[in-house]
Ligand binder design. Structure first.
Ligand SMILES: Nc1ncnc2c1ncn2[C@@H]1O[C@H](COP(=O)(O)OP(=O)(O)OP(=O)(O)O)[C@@H](O)[C@H]1O
Length: 593
């Protein structure tokens, strides 16, 4: 009886093979063409020893009369033609197969990226970015290798081996039997060593992945490393990783160096046995020298396809693993929400209502507990509360990043789950605590590829108080921005992200305020930018500085996933509760510092 583990392993593999077939379907014609080329090349390889055997036995030893093409010269010409055909068709086969393989990698990579872009945050929360990068790079090329390299090699090697055995049997069944006393040993040896090489190769890949990750993390955290003088410690960690990688490479070198001499030795042994067996028979006239010569060539030809097949056997295994991983992503795609599905709502009014919302990220514990509030169209609502209280979670839910387990969230009276995702997100602009800028220009970072003209970009920069510093840049809105905007100050990055939000003209503007301290001048600019962005829009602010929100229409104070209190700032102040206490603390802090 199969165990549950065996059953669960069987199913995805069947799926992976089906997916492989589906992906390869558009390239069937190219594959057939390449296989035809392979047949011609194999034929040429098999014919060459036969031509030489004929030259030796018929003309050099047998002294047969040379006539026309049936002569040493004629056979030499034929040998040349066969070699040329082999070269031309090898070239054609490589060309067809590489082109098909590259096209397949290209298509797969684009598809994988498009899936990654639309993955739900719940998936991204539990998947490391390294794993997803491997899907888009390594796994896609492993699959295309399967078609280009593995399938063709399988056809080529199996046909060549079958052809060699057939030619041997025709020439001399006796010698074939003698050859097969040693050939299985060669096959076993090659498969055994190659298997070890591949297993060790997986270890090497694992370590090289860790080394890459370590270097990438160290580069992005270099400031912290230098500030805390952690260079020595990091160097030691790197040394340890590198040493592990080094020892796996040594194993690889040893295995690779032993393969060829070991199989050469067994090939020589096979030839020695053949010669020993043949000497008496040649003297007795029951065997021709040319046949012995052809056999020694065939035995040497045996090694390459066997070694290749051993390689491909392990490549198929790793390609199936890669296919299974891509298959897992594609299955995720089938579950993805269609951005076009749902109720079309071109322009939202911006009324937001939470009705007894309960939410948990992973089922481990409630992050929001029975949260209810209403933010009317055009109002500014501020969320306050201690760290981890659930403020950012509320924004993620409004954006449709996660689904609530209990209760409902309504926008303009419609459940967010029913609104077309594209329309919902177009109507909401979020300025995150950690501003993310892409490499490109300031203009690219504001439009993010949307059809927004330069005048609108300039207006947005003006409204976000970023105009002065952008105009000061040599290329204005065309000024290049480096990766993550590292050449701009934190305040400047914030202002650009305000411009981005304003330029998209959302019905709902959300600001997760940065906790970092900024100078009073920039703070004033940001305050002005918030006021400009908020005007005429429903605005949600997660506030860390209470000074930012004195003009809010509604304050919602969160505590451990629940609403501790809510109301107009004046009303809350009079009530003397949580908000009043926080305000008093922040004023005391200002006076005392
Ligand atoms: N993606 C996630 N997966 C699992 N748990 C999460 C995730 N994001 C947040 N949490 C948890 O949910 C709780 C609320 O987090 P949230 O970010 O909403 O708090 P917050 O009030 O915005 O805090 P802060 O003021 O520090 O930004 C925290 O306990 C946090 O650990």
């Amino acid at each position: 009886m199969k165990t549950a583990r065996q059953r669960s392993r069987k199913k995805p593999e069947a799926g992976a093979v089906k997916l492989l077939l589906r992906l390869s379907a558009p390239y069937t014609f190219q594959l057939i063409l390449a296989c035809l080329c392979v047949v011609i090349v194999n034929g040429a390889l098999l014919i060459q020893p036969l031509l030489l055997q004929r030259v030796i036995d018929y003309f050099l030893i047998g002294g047969a009369v040379e006539r026309g093409l049936n002569s040493i010269g004629g056979l030499a010409l034929l040998y040349l033609l066969v070699s040329a055909a082999s070269a031309i068709f090898s070239y054609l086969q490589a060309l067809i197969v590489s082109k098909a393989g590259q096209s397949l990698t290209h298509e797969l990579r684009v598809r994988v990226f498009s899936i990654i872009e639309r993955l739900p945050l719940t998936y991204l929360d539990r998947t490391s970015s390294g794993r997803l990068i491997t899907r888009a790079t390594n796994d896609t090329s492993e699959i295309s290798d399967l078609y280009t390299d593995v399938v063709i090699s399988l056809v080529k090697d199996v046909l060549l081996l079958a052809g060699i055995v057939y030619a041997m049997l025709i020439l001399s069944p006796g010698l074939t039997l003698v050859s097969f006393t040693v050939i299985p040993v060669i096959v076993f040896l090659v498969f055994f060593i190659k298997n070890k090489i591949k297993k060790n190769f997986f270890h090497m890949k694992h370590y090289i992945g860790q080394i890459n990750g370590f270097i990438a993390e160290s580069i992005s955290g270099m400031r912290v490393i230098q500030i805390f003088r952690a260079e020595q410690e990091k160097e030691q960690q790197f040394l340890k990783l590198n040493r592990e990688y080094f020892s796996t490479t040594l194993i690889q070198v040893r295995l690779n160096s032993i393969l060829k001499p070991a199989s050469d030795m067994f090939q020589s042994l096979a030839i020695a046995i053949l010669v020993w067996y043949s000497v008496g028979r040649i003297a007795g006239g029951t065997l021709q020298i040319g046949v012995l010569y052809a056999f020694t060539t065939y035995i040497r030809q045996f090694f390459a396809p066997v070694s290749d097949l051993a390689d491909k056997y392990t490549s198929i295994q790793s390609a199936l693993v890669s296919t299974e991983r891509i298959f897992e992503l594609i299955r995720e795609e089938e579950r993805l929400e269609e951005p076009d599905a749902g109720l079309p709502m071109q322009r939202l009014d911006g009324r937001i209502e939470f009705r007894h919302v309960w939410f948990s990220y992973n089922g481990a514990g409630w992050v929001l507990k029975d949260v209810s509030f209403v933010i009317e169209k055009g109002q500014t609502a501020a969320f306050i509360g201690e760290t981890g209280a659930g403020k950012t979670t509320i924004i993620s839910l409004i954006n449709g990043f996660y689904k609530v387990q209990k209760g409902e969230i309504l926008i303009d009276g419609v459940n967010v789950n029913d609104i077309r995702l594209d329309d919902l997100r177009r109507n909401i602009s979020v300025v995150l605590q950690d501003v993310f800028l892409f490499s490109g220009t300031i203009r690219d970072n504001i439009t993010l590829g949307d059809d927004i003209d330069d005048d609108t970009v300039q207006d947005a920069l003006r409204a976000s108080c970023a105009e002065a510093f952008v105009q000061g840049a040599p290329e204005g809105i065309g000024e290049p921005v480096t990766e993550r905007g590292s050449t701009l100050s934190a305040g400047q990055r914030q202002l650009i992200s305000f411009a981005r939000a304003i330029a998209h003209d959302p019905a709902i503007f959300v600001l997760d305020e940065a906790t970092a301290n900024i100078d009073t001048h920039t703070e004033k600019l940001i305050q002005q930018a918030i006021d400009n962005a908020a005007s005429g829009r429903t605005t949600l602010i997660i506030a860390h500085r209470l000074s930012t929100i004195t003009g809010a229409d509604l304050i919602i104070a969160m505590k451990a996933g629940r609403i501790a209190e809510s109301g107009h700032p004046r009303e809350l102040l009079e009530r003397g509760g949580y908000y009043a206490k926080l305000l008093q603390e922040s004023r005391d802090h200002v006076y005392s510092s």
